[in-house]
Design a protein around this ligand. Structure first.
Ligand SMILES: [Zn+2]
Length: 439
């Protein structure tokens, strides 16, 4: 059944509007948008929901995450990246069972939804040379009701746990099989993710480029996150990490370059020329002490910037609204200039740009798109005094203001609570789920 939703306010195309209605069809797509009074006349027979105290905004798009990492919350936030990787990430992730992978994805995705994230790119590398673990996180996404871009990793660096590793032909065959198994489904898209210049060999990256082309899908890759990678790739290849990837054909308008902190002027020219999107993870970069990605310069050079939370143990929040705030604040500090970036720009990064980068018809609340949306309580103290503008949403919003979350027209969070699953079993597991670092 079609429904007409009438929020008091909505944030559309860069400004606040009052009295706009949205007709959402049975499949969850926006069929009409316009003055609510005319939509009422145009669609006299459909259900109407009035939201007199709500502000409607597009759902957040989390361009980079590793769902299972939520299990490592509280285990290494104050370590260096290398210590965290060796003493937390590798030993813990080596031990996780499929059930723990599934439950941790449920927990992470639920946490994201309740913070207004409607789509997540889960960069997934606990593959055990097969499909079953990835199928388990796809099932978790379906149960919770979040839209998933399943970025299946191509990994062959021998220093990492064996369950991450495959040969290039195994990675390719398993990714094609996974895409076939999950089928043509707007709620789950299989994408290709050669891990990084340090986690994937040249042959592995080439296999990933070929697979992404064959599946006509996106390619995600961590690049230039820490200074060590730039130094190592320069030493080994004589090229910067970005130049190395570009020369392998890995940078295209369907590529998501994750982090891109350690980049020079020539790298930026290559990113611009190839149409690559950079996924900026400001909170994670700060926690790990990676550095500050030059996103103001990137924007000036025409590079699209999306936002990611990164893992639940390197942020540690699952909120794109929060990372919009962090992205803006970090640039203001770096440039010592409060005017260098604004709320509308970072909001756009966390919604429209992320959707475009992932190939999802969402992010603008426009006709024809999925109704992936969040209602905010205009009476929440964090949005007052009213009427709010986009600066309230980016800088002041408290999660308590998030009322309902819709994905493909389905209400998956209502008054802050999940509607699709009962959290009691998950909570029972999660209270006791602290994993072991022992082999
Ligand atoms: Zn990552």
């Amino acid at each position: 059944m079609k429904t007409l939703y009438v929020p008091a306010m909505s944030y559309l195309d860069g400004s606040m509007h009052e009295g706009v209605g949205f007709v959402v069809d049975e499949l969850g797509r926006i069929r009409a948008r316009g003055p609510a009074d005319s939509l009422r006349q145009q669609y006299p027979a459909i259900a109407v929901e009035e939201w007199p105290e709500r502000l409607l905004v597009a759902g957040g798009v989390n361009g980079h995450n590793h769902g299972f990492q939520v299990l490592m919350r509280g285990m290494g936030e104050d370590d260096t990246f290398m210590d965290w990787r060796s003493h937390v990430l590798y030993p813990v992730s080596q031990n996780l069972s499929r059930d723990e992978i599934y439950q941790s994805a449920m927990l992470a995705y639920w946490d994201m939804l309740r913070h207004g994230i409607t789509t997540v790119a889960d960069f997934f590398y606990l593959n055990d040379q097969g499909l079953e673990n990835a199928m388990a996180i796809a099932e978790a996404a379906r149960e919770v009701g979040i839209r998933l871009a399943l970025a299946r990793t191509f990994y062959d660096w021998k220093g990492a746990p064996s369950r991450y590793r495959e040969t290039p032909s195994e990675a390719r065959a398993n990714t094609v099989a996974l895409a076939g198994a999950l089928g043509d489904n707007p709620m789950v898209t299989v994408q290709v993710a050669p891990h990084s210049p340090h986690g994937a060999s040249t042959a592995m990256i080439q296999a990933a480029v070929k697979t992404a082309r064959e599946l006509n899908t996106r390619l995600h890759i961590h690049v230039a996150e820490g200074e060590y990678e730039r130094t190592a790739v320069l030493k080994e290849t004589g090229k910067t990490p970005i130049a190395y990837l570009d020369d392998l054909g890995a940078l295209t308008s369907k590529t998501l370059a994750i982090h891109a902190v350690w980049v020079d002027d020539e790298d930026l020219s290559r990113l611009t020329a190839s149409g690559t999107t950079v996924v900026h993870n400001p909170s994670s970069n700060m926690i790990l002490g990676d550095g500050i990605a030059p996103i103001v310069t990137m924007l000036a050079r025409g590079i699209p910037i999306a936002l990611g939370t990164d893992g639940g143990c390197t942020n540690d929040r699952h909120s794109i609204f929060d990372d919009m705030r962090q992205a803006a604040l970090l640039q203001k500090v770096a440039h010592r200039n409060g005017h260098i970036i604004n709320a509308a720009t970072v909001f756009d990064m966390g919604t429209r740009v992320g959707s475009e980068a992932l190939g999802i018809e969402s992010g603008n609340l426009a006709v024809g798109e999925w109704f992936d949306a969040v209602t905010l309580d205009l009476d929440d103290p964090s949005l007052l005094p009213g009427p709010p503008n986009i600066a309230h949403v980016v800088y002041a919003l408290s999660p308590t203001a998030i009322d309902c979350v819709f994905v493909a027209g389905k209400r998956v969070i209502e008054k802050g609570r999940p509607t699709r699953f009962s959290p009691e079993m998950l909570l029972k597991w999660a209270r006791q789920a602290k994993p072991s670092r022992q082999p």
